[in-house]
Design a binder for this molecule. Sequence first.
Ligand SMILES: N[C@@H](CCC(=O)N[C@@H](CS)C(=O)NCC(=O)O)C(=O)O
Length: 211
Amino acid sequence: MIDLYTWTTPNGRKVSILLEELGLPYTAHPININEKEQFAPEFLKISPNNKIPAIVDRDTGTSLMESGAIMLYLADKAGQLIPREGEARYRVIEWLMWQMGGVGPTLGQAHHFLRFNKGAAPYAEERFSKEAHRLYGVLDHRLAQREFVADAYSIADIAIWPWISRFEWQNVDLGQYANVERWYTSIAQRPAVQKGYDVPKKVGDIPLPRG
Ligand SMILES: N[C@@H](CCC(=O)N[C@@H](CS)C(=O)NCC(=O)O)C(=O)O
């Protein structure tokens, strides 16, 4: 049994979608980051960086913060959604790290400046919008010749997908990136993705591009 500490954000949904895909039993504990619950001393014991998501594996007593580390741990525990060894394993890790180091931080800043503080910092809006489009271009190119970012559907796709689900917040027209659009809409139809998207509570339907 896994305890998942989470909120309705891309980093939180990465882990709830993965848990649904793996079929691992879990209990979701909402940490309302708008109410500053991420700073509660009890939560800091398992998430010293005071951010969601975090997990505790009741089978082993292991606690983890950082969604990338959590995803590797859970996929290895279940023996699914990442190859055990060889180049194929590192290809998944490569694209997982691309999400962790590029997509997450950049699109997070795009949300901050373009959606929540529009007009406050035009230079930052331009910088993060440009970098967001560059990353969408990289993803589109990667998906031009393949169905998923690595060889098969993996934790790398699951890590990237919830960030793309906020394409409207980033002022991105998915129609500009046909391969991303195809990949995004097909993953959106997976039952585990639809279930994991609504954890710890439903706040709306999965955004879909206007066809
Ligand atoms: N690198 C971390 C980032 C986690 C993160 O930024 N979480 C956000 C929600 S998506 C959060 O908890 N924000 C609360 C805060 O910054 O106080 C991860 O991938 O787990």
